[in-house]
Design a protein around this ligand. Structure first.
Ligand SMILES: *[C@@H]1O[C@H](CO)[C@@H](O)[C@H](O)[C@H]1NC(C)=O
Ligand SMILES: *[C@@H]1O[C@H](CO)[C@@H](O)[C@H](O)[C@H]1NC(C)=O
Ligand SMILES: *[C@@H]1O[C@H](CO)[C@@H](O)[C@H](O)[C@H]1NC(C)=O
Ligand SMILES: [Fe+2]
Length: 441
């Protein structure tokens, strides 16, 4: 059965292996091509929890999500601060879905807490099976995010995840394109198993990309069926009416997850929600504000040019006036870091823009950038890798990008920057019509 599935998968993905011959000319580093898809099977019993991942829910709770093939398996999580000693227990709910002839397992969602900050909890899903552990985010800075989009499930994905795990971090942020199942639902299960060793240990906060849509004429008109069932994020807690956009606070940061593939015009729910959400941020208690979305608003790669433009036009002013610190995007399978921008011009009060769609998916790299480079674009490179955002304190942060160099990881780009909450000049002009300041970055 599994062999047959593999054969079918390879046929389905054949075109990916014949692309990627063009190397970039002006770089000494020769770009590795896409690598094979890994299918990760389940070896346990039908009632054993698989595909476990955790996400933040509110200030001191987490949601544990897992899947069982057994429809009778209970939605309970036992947990505690010592291995094997579970002095707390929570019960949650469950869902499942059908997609053509595919019928998902039982998808369990259980909220646990209150949890103490910066603490390791040992837990077990469904009342039996192996023990897992997770670490809650700290109570105070420093705080370290890993950021990587367009992850997929190839041998490169595996390498990226191993590099992520090899250094400390608190939270994983994914700006869209998770499994690349592309309607082949068993690949969602395979992806869940591939990421479980990582996503069961640290909160994974995700937003959707185009590969999550999976609509099909007449039969699946709505889209996001698998994504919404499997990757439920804390949208109700941030007053959003949709799992496709939400926000959360962690330590002194406010993180906003936007949806590139749902309505964003100024009469849309998402727009109104974003306006209210930005308006509710207190920069004294949450000095940092980050936004993640899938299709980049600024992009000098020839891939996906202009795809984020209508969303930029609709929402950029909201983010600018709120003094958002950084906007992260995926979609383009490369790394690119821009200066602070507002409306296509360098502006010291606008967000920095970073494209980090380089997790390692089966489609390979987006190799061609504009030549010469736009002066707004400060660093760009078509390689697989991951980013790290380390918030040192209320004012200072360090961003670094780590290229996958074969099985090693190599730090190729880095920048220190200040929170816009610390700039009196930027707040003084908030309601005026944008005369760019002459401060440096
Ligand atoms: C994936 O990575 C893990 C740990 O880094 C390794 O043990 C495993 O062999 C890798 N799998 C594949 C298919 O490359
Ligand atoms: C959500 O809305 C309610 C009522 O309008 C409000 O009291 C609450 O503070 C809001 N929560 C967030 C996280 O914005
Ligand atoms: C990649 O790794 C090789 C072998 O370890 C090393 O010689 C090379 O300098 C590295 N290159 C980059 C760009 O990281
Ligand atoms: Fe994408």
């Amino acid at each position: 059965m599994e062999k047959l599935l593999l054969v079918l998968l390879s046929i389905f993905f054949f075109p990916q292996f014949i692309l990627h011959t063009q190397a970039s000319k002006d770089e000494y580093y020769s770009r590795p091509p896409a690598r094979n898809v890994i299918f990760t099977p389940h070896h346990g019993s039908d009632s054993e929890a698989q595909q476990v991942h955790v996400s933040l829910v509110g200030r001191d709770h987490m949601r544990v999500t897992w899947i069982t093939d057994d429809k009778q398996a209970p939605s309970i999580v036992e947990y505690g601060k010592q291995p094997g000693k579970y002095n707390a227990k929570a019960t949650g709910d469950h869902t499942s879905y059908r997609y053509f002839f595919y019928s998902s397992g039982k998808i369990h969602h259980v909220k646990i807490g209150p949890l103490e900050p910066g603490t390791i909890y040992y837990y077990r899903c469904g009342g039996s099976g192996p023990e897992l552990s997770l670490k809650t985010p700290p109570a105070t800075f420093p705080l370290e995010f890993v950021v990587v989009g367009d992850l997929g499930q190839t041998e490169w994905t595996n390498a990226t995840l191993a590099h992520v795990q090899s250094h400390y971090y608190d939270l994983f942020l994914l700006p869209g394109d998770l499994s690349y199942a592309d309607t082949s639902q068993p690949l969602w299960d395979s992806f869940g198993r591939l990421v479980e060793p990582y996503a069961s240990q640290r909160p994974w906060m995700v937003t959707e990309g185009n590969h999550e849509i999976e609509t099909f004429p007449i039969i699946e008109p709505e889209g996001f069926k698998a994504y919404n069932a499997r990757w439920r994020m804390p949208y109700e807690e941030s007053n959003s009416s949709s799992n496709l956009y939400y926000s959360f606070n962690v330590v002194g940061t406010h993180v906003i997850m936007l949806g590139s593939y749902t309505d964003f015009e100024d009469d849309s729910d998402q727009y109104k929600w974003l306006e209210a959400d930005l308006g509710s941020i207190d920069r004294k208690t949450t000095p940092w504000v980050f936004v993640l979305l899938h299709a980049p608003w600024y992009n000098t790669n020839s891939a996906h040019r202009g795809e984020g433009e209508s969303m930029r036009k609709a929402m950029e002013e909201l983010l600018y006036k709120a003094r958002v610190d950084v906007v992260f995007a995926g979609h383009v399978h490369a790394y690119e870091r821009f200066t602070r921008i507002y409306d296509n011009e360098a502006d010291p009060c606008g967000p920095m823009y970073i494209t980090i769609g380089d997790g390692g998916n089966r489609e390979g790299l987006a190799l061609t950038f504009d030549n010469p480079a736009s002066p707004l674009s400060l660093y760009r490179e078509p390689s697989f890798g991951h980013g790290r955002l380390r918030i040192m304190d209320e004012a200072r942060a360090h961003w670094s990008w780590h290229r996958n160099n074969d099985s090693d990881s190599f730090s190729a780009d880095e920048v220190w920057f200040n929170s816009l909450s610390t700039s009196t000049a930027c707040w003084a002009i908030v309601d005026e019509k944008v005369p760019p300041l002459n401060d440096e970055l």
